[in-house]
Design a protein around this ligand. Structure first.
Ligand code: HDD
Length: 729
């Protein structure tokens, strides 16, 4: 068995042996997995004698058409691509489980939300929206957060995003939205970016997109890690209990590691240095046993309280502020196993918001209603027919059977004479056809209305919640939003689109619009010229709050941990290893992941002539791939680092991106020669020890330095550094 196969088998064995419900899916998948063989065969099972040479008429003669082994191999290769997803093509996924904290029977009869001892297997796929399958992970975009629960009552898919609202209110506009954001059709540029004319042309004409645009221009759209983002079901759904009583529900995923973003400059650089940054981060965390966790949160609204919210629950461009309806945390999601095969699992998984279980139902949100059609439809062309539910990753773990038959790639061998119902020749009379009380029950909402092709006036206010979001941001988050709008709009070739967009923004916040407009070479924002101005005046939302702290990222919701945060330790020959070790030990004890970065692979010699192993070099990695930097003591080492442009750039860039930096002894002088530590007090997030620190015990300098550094890393970023604009990086 190859090393890789052994690792995969080990992973499977370690989770399979617990025998809990979470592994029902894994056991099912086992039946479909294949290990590397000892010899090669054709697809018909014939052993292949030679996998290097085709069959020829003489060694220098033409290849014979008869060579079925060659033909089979090439034919399969010729057909091994399937269409990528129309949206969310770029994704990464993992297996895990969900466990409810206590029975939710008061609100829903969904089986997987009843028993706190039961673990339900899940497969979760994260994605970007606009980019192609091979596009970079860290582009500015919404992230998909799709969870498939393999429950005992059938598959339940919660197909959400990392942003709680959406660009449009009605599915009728979805193809337009996606055509606008995708690369422009005449020259297929730009890839995985909204910073181009067609997107902003559309957005500026669709004022309902304003709230979502505020989120998309915030740091939410450039997450530090897939493990550090929230997830949202977006739409209002229904919980229905065993008595048939219903509550409206909004779903939230709250990450245990807090909510953190990248810096835009950093995100762009990572897209080149490591386009797989998020995929790698998720994969490595799971391989190393640092299983990412989220809590499932619900906001529950009794139907008779919906009206009092002041906005329409059916409008997907609105959220319910947590200060108005608190989020109750009802269970946890743990991702603990990487897929065995990207194509078979991550690519072939098919989500659908219409995959619900008894106890969960839809609302009349017109965006959701359209989605209920789209997802099955798209799989039919993407996965090549109507039998995609039989693919191993999509297959329910509970028995399923009906009279649907045949079609491309059918796997199931349905026994017997009948494929219709009712019947007397098979088991037809046992099936209930009376809409009786078994199985999934649609909530019997009373509806009596004329058919209309119109938008509800209760959807008309496009700016009040956008303003709530903006008002709720910290100063630095507001700055990032302004900068993001400026960047995106500066990329447009048509000034009139820029103007229309800032006119719209003037309805959110006059100052915001002015600041965005400043460097764009356009006129003053004019709110009266904005699209959607008239409708907005007539149907304004009144909110009881001006700010919602829960919408802020900078508080991070983190539990102050540095688990899995990456620290680069910069070394060169002559570094002081004695001062390095206690800090590194403390970091690793706290769960941080340290990598030694040096001028070459192999080792460097410390000041005391000890060999220090190098993990990475200044040329094959970069500061943007780390959360923090440690510069050790040692006169010779610091001088060597100062003489190495890549090392200098490493420190400067980390500083500019507001990351925690710790410098010891001569390392401090290195910082000073770079001009980043003015005389006197160290800038925010820079921890310095003027003299080397050697031992770790309570109250020693090393302990204090390590603790300060860990606390600085746990803060994620130190935005209050004053001089970063002048730092070249
Ligand atoms: Fe969608 C994929 C999330 C609106 C049509 N969508 C897709 C995925 C996510 C979302 C996470 C990727 C699933 C995966 O990993 O395979 N979509 C959303 C959210 C929406 C939303 C949160 C609004 C609240 N989507 C939406 C609308 C439509 C679609 C209004 C069409 C009317 N979405 C699709 C699709 C995709 C898809 C074209 C592409 C691939 C797929 O379904 O399986 O059908």
């Amino acid at each position: 068995m190859s090393a890789q196969n052994k690792a995969a088998a080990g992973r499977r064995a370690s989770t399979a042996k617990t025998g809990d419900g979470a592994n029902a899916k894994q056991l099912q998948l086992e039946g479909f997995t294949a290990e590397h063989p000892t010899h090669l065969t054709t697809n018909q099972g014939l052993q292949i004698p030679d996998n290097h040479n085709s069959l020829k008429a003489g060694v220098r003669g033409p290849t014979l058409l008869e060579d079925f082994i060659l033909r089979e191999k090439i034919t399969h290769f010729d057909h091994e691509r399937i269409p990528e997803r129309a949206v969310h093509a770029r994704g990464s996924a993992a297996h895990g489980y969900f466990q409810v904290y206590q029975s939710m029977s008061q609100y829903t009869c969904a089986d997987f939300l009843q028993d706190p001892d039961a673990k339900t297997p899940v497969f979760v796929r994260f994605s970007t929206v606009a980019g192609s399958r091979g596009s970079a992970d860290t582009v500015r975009d919404v992230r998909g957060f799709a969870v498939k629960f393999y429950t005992r009552e059938g598959n339940y898919d919660l197909v959400g995003n990392n942003i709680p609202v959406f660009f449009i209110q009605d599915a009728m506009k979805f193809p337009d939205l996606i055509h606008a954001v995708k690369p422009e059709p005449h020259h297929e540029m730009p890839q995985a970016a909204s910073a181009h004319d067609t997107f902003w042309d559309f957005a500026s004409l669709m004022p309902e997109s304003t709230h979502m645009l505020m989120w998309a221009m915030s740091d939410r759209a450039i997450p530090r890690s897939l493990r550090m983002m929230e997830g949202f079901g977006v739409h209002t759904f229904r919980f229905v209990n065993a008595r048939g009583e219903s509550h409206f529900v909004k779903f939230h995923w709250k990450p245990k590691l807090g909510v953190h973003g990248l810096v835009w400059d950093e995100a762009q650089k990572i897209a080149g240095k490591d386009p797989d940054f998020h995929r790698r981060d998720l994969w490595e965390a799971i391989e190393q046993g640092h299983f990412p966790e989220w809590e499932l949160g619900v906001q529950l609204i009794a139907p008779d309280r919906a009206e009092a919210l002041g906005f329409d629950l059916l409008d997907p461009t609105k959220l319910i502020p947590e200060e108005m309806v608190p989020v109750q945390r009802i269970g946890k999601l743990v991702l603990n196993r990487n897929p065995d095969n990207f194509f078979a699992e991550t690519e072939q998984v098919a989500f659908h918001p219409g995959h619900v279980v008894p106890g969960i139902d839809f609302s009349n949100d017109p965006l959701l209603q359209g989605r209920l059609f789209s997802y099955t439809d798209t799989q039919i062309s993407r996965l090549g027919g109507a039998n995609f539910h039989e693919l191993p990753i999509n297959k329910a773990v509970c028995p399923f059977h009906n009279m649907q038959r045949d079609g491309m790639h059918r796997q199931t061998i349905a026994r017997g004479q009948v494929a219709y119902e009712p019947n007397t020749l098979g088991s037809g009379t046992e099936f209930r056809v009376d809409g009786g009380s078994h199985g999934f029950q649609s909530f019997p909402e009373e509806i009596e209305s004329p058919k209309v092709r119109r938008r509800s006036p209760s959807f008309d206010d496009h700016f009040t919640q956008a303003r709530l979001f903006f008002n709720s941001q910290s100063t630095v988050e507001k700055e990032h939003i302004v900068a993001a709008f400026r960047f995106e709009l500066s990329k447009l070739e048509v000034p009139a689109i820029r103007q229309r967009m800032v006119d719209n923004l003037a309805h959110v916040d006059e100052k915001l619009a002015r600041r965005v407009a400043e460097p764009l070479g356009i006129g003053e924002p004019d709110a009266k010229a904005a699209a959607g101005y008239a409708g907005f005046r007539d149907h304004r939302i009144e909110l009881p709050i001006d700010e919602s702290p829960a919408l802020r990222m900078s508080d991070g919701n983190a539990d102050g941990v540095v688990r899995t945060r990456k620290v680069a330790i910069l070394v060169a020959d002559g570094v002081d290893s004695a001062s390095l070790k206690p800090i590194r030990d403390a970091l690793e004890q706290a769960g941080a992941l340290c990598k030694v970065v040096g001028p070459r692979l192999g080792t460097v010699a410390s000041a005391s002539k000890r060999q220090i192993d190098i993990d990475m070099t200044f040329t094959n990695t970069a500061s943007v791939l780390f959360d923090a930097v440690l510069v050790p003591a040692g006169a010779e080492g610091a001088a060597a680092l100062a003489a190495q442009g890549d090392a200098v750039h490493f420190v400067l860039e980390a500083y500019k991106h507001c990351k925690a930096i710790c410098a010891i002894g001569e390392g401090v002088q290195l910082l000073a020669t770079l001009g980043v530590t003015p005389e006197g007090e160290a800038p925010a997030g820079v921890v310095v020890a003027e003299t080397p620190v050697t031992n770790l015990g309570d109250a020693t300098p090393a302990t204090r330095i390590a603790q300060d550094f860990i606390a600085a890393i746990a803060k994620h970023r130190h935005w209050d550094r004053l001089n970063i604009d002048s730092v070249p990086a």
